[in-house]
Design a protein around this ligand. Structure first.
Ligand SMILES: NC(=O)c1ccc[n+]([C@@H]2O[C@H](COP(=O)([O-])OP(=O)(O)OC[C@H]3O[C@@H](n4cnc5c(N)ncnc54)[C@H](OP(=O)(O)O)[C@@H]3O)[C@@H](O)[C@H]2O)c1
Length: 372
């Protein structure tokens, strides 16, 4: 993983040219610098949030275990501890400290999120919790265009801490826990698929990397299927904006849905216009055991039962100030970042179809076509 370090003081003196690559476009400094605590901060969304907040002139403190990319922000104070109050020193390092706002992007278990909410309630003005779009009861199968008014998921056993099974519903209970601890002072950010530089999942990264390889690219489904995502840097900027403006309540944080054909064409155009697309219908792919959300991402069948999962409304966030960069920029920057990774990491994408598998499915598709 590429590590960027930079000094807030240096940024203040040198302006946009000195900004780290994600925010090279000029970022105006906030007129009211804030003290912001980030629970986490060193994985994927955290660094983008920290970099943007620093570029805005805010003062940041991180809280984490010191395990993940511990040398990423040496210029910042990092309070070492654990989200789980029952593990080691737990949250004790946060006691008695004051911040204007906390950005919590590492909360998954209601019990631990309740603990940080209750501990920080007397000492922070606002608590921004990073939830997920899948915390809705019907996020996969609900009708497209869902707003923040849709009901949250419930569990038969809300005390469960099994994130691998109940990740989505547990986020809904985390939201409830923060609300109870800081009524009226909570922002819930509900992102869809977060993509861009430093994304360890490769779900989006597969597409620019695949376009760069060139040749015949398997395009799943049909061009008017829908897709939806959010660039991590746009999400980070909106989160900091919510804190600066004191915006509370829930916000879906996704780009408006776009036709999947437009997504692939824009990506191809930005990365490698010589690549060609061969569209293979969803039912043929299913017969080959190639499925959306498992084998290829950013794609769902517009007529299928999961169509709503990539078609949420973010109008409320857009009205509040969420803005989006072009897909071409996200694709190019993600590919640039990916190419900085060690060769063995680049050789083993964590999502998408391996080259041989893609070639096998494409050959089967061509064989199935009537001779002309
Ligand atoms: N990726 C997506 O597509 C997607 C979609 C929707 C929502 N989301 C949400 O977006 C957020 C993104 O998370 P991220 O990983 O990118 O955040 P991050 O803040 O960049 O990284 C996670 C941080 O949490 C710290 N951490 C982990 N376990 C901890 C513990 N027990 N105690 C204290 N600190 C701990 C890690 O550091 P240490 O390991 O050093 O402790 C690291 O700094 C998550 O809330 C996720 O649910 C993601």
């Amino acid at each position: 993983m590429r590590r960027r370090t930079f000094s807030a003081a240096l940024l203040a003196g040198l302006g946009a040219a000195a900004l780290p690559a994600p925010f090279r476009a000029a970022v105006a400094r906030s007129v009211r610098p804030l003290d912001i605590l980030v629970l986490g901060g060193t994985g994927f969304l955290g660094p983008a949030t920290v970099e943007y907040a620093l570029a805005r002139g805010h003062r940041l403190t991180l809280f984490n275990r010191g395990k993940t990319n511990a040398d990423l922000f040496p210029q910042l104070e990092t309070i070492i501890g654990d989200r789980d109050p029952d593990v080691g020193a737990g949250l004790s390092g946060l006691a008695g400290r004051r911040w204007d706002a906390v950005i919590d992007n590492s909360g998954y278990i209601p019990r631990t999120v309740r603990a940080s909410g209750e501990l920080l309630a007397p000492n922070v003005g606002q608590y921004l919790f990073v939830s997920t779009i899948c915390q809705y009861d019907d996020w996969l199968e609900g009708p497209p265009g869902g707003t923040e008014a849709r009901p949250r998921a419930t569990l038969e056993d809300p005390a469960s801490e099994d994130i691998s099974v109940h990740y989505c519903a547990l986020k809904a209970y985390c939201e409830r826990a923060v609300e109870a601890a800081l009524p009226g002072r909570v922002t819930h950010i509900r992102p869809g698929l977060i993509v861009g530089p430093r994304d360890r999942s490769d779900r989006f990264t597969y597409w620019p990397v695949r376009m760069a390889r060139g040749g015949e690219v398997l395009a799943p489904g049909q061009p008017d299927d829908r897709t939806q995502y959010i660039d991590v840097r746009d999400l980070a900027a909106f989160m900091v904006h919510c804190v600066e403006r004191g915006l509370t309540g829930p916000f879906n944080a996704v780009r408006p849905p776009m036709p999947f054909g437009e997504f692939l064409q824009d990506c191809r155009q930005a990365i490698n216009p010589d690549a060609t697309l061969t569209w293979v219908p969803t039912d043929f792919l299913a017969a080959q055991d190639v499925l959306p959300w498992r084998d290829l991402h950013l794609w769902v069948d517009a007529a299928g039962p999961q169509a709503g999962s990539l078609a949420w409304s973010a109008q409320k966030a857009v009205d509040a100030g969420l803005v989006f960069r072009p897909l071409a920029e996200t694709a190019r920057d993600t590919l640039d970042w990916f190419r900085t990774l060690p060769a063995e990491r680049q050789a083993t994408l964590r999502a998408g179809l391996a080259a041989e598998r893609e070639a096998t499915v494409l050959a089967a598709w061509h064989d199935a076509q009537p001779a002309t």
